[in-house]
Design a protein around this ligand. Structure first.
Ligand code: FRU
Length: 481
């Protein structure tokens, strides 16, 4: 039985002021004892992390916020937690950025995005309020972060007039003289959509309606929408719920992440013109709610939550849940959104050495690069008892097999994930950090991002004579100490 199911609503919705220092210390102590707690991924000191929020580059730094439930490893009262970094190695911990302290966000400061203006950042978020009958009243709200890092709320900018209670996660950008916003919404017909609003002054927003594509009936809710232009194309990125497929690859997780690349968003017809088929960036077990932003050098960077709603991982025994993915730069190549780890992260790499077929691990934070020119091979991470996670390749596909982990979870959604292999010869990057693995395959056209739980993990082995180069990875500083 998972810890989470024992929590009452009252317990989940406690605020940070209601948690005693003693119980915080106890949570931190348990988290510190966890050999699965990552060293070069951002994770909460205690409690639950979910979506990345308000990602932006401002004042010479990348600012990252994330959804945080301090009360424990459960979804409950949500805050925005704030970090910043110049280099993805040294981080500054700013603590809580947004508290649920207003009537309109009395039940949580939900997800949203940032818009960088000249000397300040506008943070758009969803105010989550529940009334006395526990009915949800969502609104889109605004806060402002000034140059000195102070954050002030400016209230509600959009009320919910067109959608069910599922209306959240605003993301704003500027196009010419217009400000545009997408919001994740469920239509009255209970269909998931990405709805568009436009504004001239950031306060008054005009409802334009759901963005039209060939996927107007896909799932019952789209969370965390993002819309951006890159390499002369327009991309809709979102986290749909209620989508599945009959093939053995697509939409296998409880909830998914998808993107649609098109030529341009027609603001009159609210249509994504000349778009391609829907695609998925990630084929692992734990990847959700990605958000993107532009940095000062024009890179489009994506960060996701390594986790999924409604799934508890074994980390909750140690009073924490969830982490952020590594930052990934995006491009479009051959009709795919291609992802590569930001070069800044390479500064964490130790010296390179070649692995023959087996390596006794003295750390579980490392990365390996594989040069593959053959069809069949296997990379296995295991312990002395033979518990393992296997990344397997055939001529046609890549498979991530979690069926023999020491601690299995979410079994009802299957223990294997598969993705088509696009070429025999390719360079694959595998980042491992204690209980998370991020695999970049098919030249970054796909990734497989997953948590894994192997007690006393100590061996990496590789078959098939694949040229394998190993680097240890140093911890990031300022977050997880
Ligand atoms: C996605 C999500 C968002 C919501 C937030 C609440 O994981 O459900 O739609 O704003 O999490 O934490």
């Amino acid at each position: 039985m998972s810890l989470n199911s024992n929590w009452t609503v009252e317990q989940r919705y406690r605020r940070i002021e209601d948690i005693s220092q003693e119980s915080i210390d106890a949570m931190v102590e348990l988290r510190k004892q966890d050999s699965g707690y990552p060293s070069y991924h951002v994770a909460p000191k205690f409690g639950l992390l979910n979506d990345p929020n308000g990602l932006c580059f401002f004042n010479g730094e990348h600012h990252l916020f994330y959804q945080w439930t301090p009360v424990g490893p459960v979804h409950g009262m949500k805050y925005w937690y704030h970090l910043s970094t110049k280099d993805f190695v040294h981080f500054q911990d700013h603590g809580i950025g947004l508290h649920p302290d207003q009537d309109y966000d009395s039940h949580g400061v939900y997800s949203g995005g940032a818009l960088v203006e000249k000397d300040h950042v506008l943070l758009f978020f969803t105010g989550n309020k529940r009334d006395e009958h526990w009915l949800r009243i969502p609104t889109q709200c605004l806060a402002k972060m000034s140059g000195d890092g102070k954050i002030e709320k400016h209230g509600v900018v959009i009320e919910n007039e067109h959608y069910t209670e599922h209306f959240r996660d605003p993301k704003v950008w500027k196009q010419g003289d217009d400000y545009l916003m997408v919001v994740g919404a469920q239509t009255p017909q209970e269909i998931g959509s990405m709805v568009l609003y436009s504004s001239r002054d950031l306060i008054n927003w005009q409802h334009k309606g759901p963005i039209q594509t060939r996927y107007n009936k896909l799932g019952y809710m789209w969370e965390c929408p993002d819309f951006f232009e890159i390499d002369n194309q327009s991309v809709m990125l979102f986290s749909p719920q209620g989508v599945s497929s009959k093939n053995s690859y697509d939409f296998k997780n409880i909830y998914s992440v998808a993107y649609i690349i098109g030529e341009r968003l027609n603001l009159d017809s609210v249509e994504l013109e000349n778009h391609q088929d829907i695609a998925q960036p990630d084929y692992g077990f734990d990847f959700y709610a990605p958000q993107t932003y532009l940095d000062d050098t024009g890179r489009r960077i994506m960060i996701a939550w390594v986790g999924l709603p409604d799934i508890n991982t074994p980390s909750n025994k140690n009073q924490w849940e969830g982490m952020l993915s590594l930052p990934r730069e995006l491009h479009i190549q051959g009709g795919y959104l291609v992802q590569s780890v930001l070069p800044e992260v390479k500064a964490l790499q130790g010296e390179a050495f070649a692995v023959e077929s087996e390596l006794e691990l003295d750390t579980t934070s490392f990365m390996v690069q594989l040069e593959t020119e053959i069809d069949d091979f296997e990379l296995t991470l295991s312990n002395a008892a033979g518990d393992n996670i296997v990344f397997r390749a055939t001529e046609k596909e890549f498979i991530l097999d979690r069926s023999k982990m020491s601690q299995l979870y979410a079994k009802k959604f299957g223990t294997m994930r598969k993705v088509p292999r696009l070429s025999t010869k390719q360079t694959i990057e595998v980042y491992v950090d204690r209980s998370v693995i991020e695999i970049f395959i098919n030249g970054g056209k796909h990734t497989m991002t997953s948590r894994f739980f192997i007690d006393n993990l100590n061996v990496l082995s590789i078959t098939g004579g694949v040229k394998t180069v190993y680097h240890t990875m140093c911890p990031i500083q300022g977050v997880n100490d």
